[in-house]
Design a protein around this ligand. Structure first.
Ligand SMILES: *Cc1c(COP(=O)(O)O)cnc(C)c1O
Length: 479
């Protein structure tokens, strides 16, 4: 870890366009260093790796001063360490990115005795992806600077598509095309996309599965000519800006629970699919936030939990569960963790990724014979355990969890709530997943935004499961 000089941070930034900041390097070591702005527009590194800051700023000396900052101030203080943007511009991007959150605390902490719930669902689409995608949308618009155009293309099984649309709707120079499997996402999730009236948005139902949608996206991205001609861009969870935006709420949540309990160290329980959310917590720890444990919570798709329990990272078939946003096997952000795990040796990461891609399996051994990584513990929850966690929490506190957040609360309870306080991350509002909630407690949660959606007109596009059909559609919209 590297300490930034205090003098380098203080003052002067408003007047200097270029400040010395971190460069970004690839986990696979064969990409020349990028600035923050380049890293955001690059997405996946050309060598197939993921971008990471070349050093992680140590902020331990700032923690006391940061405790009393508002969410926006804290975001500015943290993100400044990682970006090459003038501070005034960064602050304006942050202001714009937080303005559509309905709670003044942005990510409020709810406490019920020893159960602490950090609510990340007060953004426009009621899921935690808004925290990253509101920021990414404004950042893209800023980096394009009114000149260039960007056509975003994404496949979604639910939450990502609506959050990405909410992040860029109405932004000049940016269009977004989101593919989703017809009839296979919830009616509410579909309405969150198809009721958006802005002309730069197209949500397209594909006659196929989520995997088919992803295959089309992949095929179009691999068409170099098409990609170049239409400046195709991605919003997927490997974009460094998404991870960065998510680091902030770990600090915010830790400060709130410390204030409330007097504790000096904190644990987090994090429902995980792509290892994006929990990786942001890992970065917060690397920066010096006193995190004593990261509890990784999966649903029945438990590849990550198996890794942290036994070192075995081996691919299984994806199973459909009540927490669909975590129905993932290959966790796209995991490679970033592996880079640190390999002590920053890109050749090791390359070998590991090669092994995994050849055999579907990667096996690492515990350093101390017991733990793969003492910072992490892991638990998986099948649908029955998720239903039970929703029901038990409701019975004990009156609080209604969504099925993703419930996996985290289940894992926290298994770990035990005595000791350092556990902040359970709540990733979606319970009203988004009425079926699971009704199964658990015999009623549903309501949210006024979702009620409103039911009355809005929709715009539907439907295409066959065929990359050429999508390519034609996009060309017609763009030209
Ligand atoms: C995306 C999502 C997750 C998983 O987040 P990752 O960053 O992929 O680990 C969990 N819960 C909800 C509601 C989500 O939308």
């Amino acid at each position: 870890m590297m300490m930034f000089q205090a003098t380098r941070r203080s003052k002067g930034y408003h007047h200097t366009m270029k400040k010395h900041t971190l460069n970004y390097i690839s986990t696979r070591g064969n990409t020349s260093p990028r600035t923050f702005s380049e890293a955001v527009l690059t997405g996946l590194a050309p060598d197939g790796g993921l971008l990471l800051p070349e050093t992680v700023p140590d902020v331990s000396a700032d923690l006391v001063r940061w405790r009393n900052l508002s969410y926006g101030e804290l975001a500015s203080a943290i993100l400044r360490r990682f970006t090459d943007l003038p501070t005034a511009d960064l602050d304006e991007i942050l202001r714009a990115s937080l303005q559509h959150f309905s709670n003044p605390e942005i990510t409020p902490l709810r406490s019920f005795d020893k159960l602490h719930i950090l609510e990340l669902f007060h953004g426009p689409t009621l899921a935690f992806k808004d925290l990253a995608l509101q920021f990414l949308g404004n950042l893209f618009a800023y980096l394009l600077d009114g000149g260039r155009e960007l056509n975003l293309l994404a496949a979604t099984s639910g939450d990502t598509g609506s959050a990405a649309i909410a992040g860029v709707r109405g932004k000049p120079g940016i269009r977004i095309f989101v593919l989703y499997p017809a009839g296979r996402i919830s009616a509410l999730q579909e309405r969150q996309m198809t009721t958006v009236p802005d002309d730069n948005v197209a949500a397209i139902a594909i006659d196929g599965s989520f995997d088919d949608c992803q295959a089309i996206v992949k095929e179009l991205f691999s068409d170099a000519e098409f990609k170049q001609r239409y400046a195709l861009g991605a919003v997927n969870s490997i974009n460094w800006a998404r991870v960065l935006a998510q680091i902030v709420y770990y600090f915010h949540g830790a400060f709130r629970v410390m204030e409330r309990t007097g504790a000096e160290r904190v644990r987090f329980s994090v429902p995980t699919g792509n290892f994006g959310d929990i990786f942001a917590g890992y970065m917060a720890w690397r920066m010096g936030l006193p995190v004593s444990r990261l509890i990784l919570a999966t649903n029945a798709n438990d590849i990550l939990a198996r890794f942290f329990v036994s070192g075995d990272y081996s691919l299984c078939k994806v199973r459909a569960t009540l927490s669909p946003s975590m129905d993932i096997q290959v966790a796209s952000n995991f490679e970033r963790y592996l880079f640190y795990r390999a002590g920053g040796a890109a050749t090791t990461v390359r070998q590991w990724m090669q092994t995994f891609s050849d055999t579907g399996r990667l096996c690492l051994h515990a350093d101390d014979g017991r733990h793969i990584d003492p910072l992490f513990s892991a638990e998986s929850a099948d649908d029955a355990a998720i239903i039970k966690a929703i029901a038990d929490t409701y019975e004990n506190t009156g609080y209604i969890l969504d099925p993703h957040s419930a996996a985290g609360v289940h894992a926290a309870a298994r770990e035990g709530l005595d000791g350092d306080p556990v902040v359970c991350i709540a990733t979606a509002h319970a009203a988004k997943f009425p079926d699971a909630v009704r199964q658990a407690i015999g009623r549903t949660a309501v949210h006024e935004n979702l009620e409103q959606l039911k009355r809005l007109p929709t715009r539907e596009h439907r295409l066959p499961n065929d990359a050429d059909a999508v390519r034609d559609f996009m060309e017609r919209r763009i030209e």
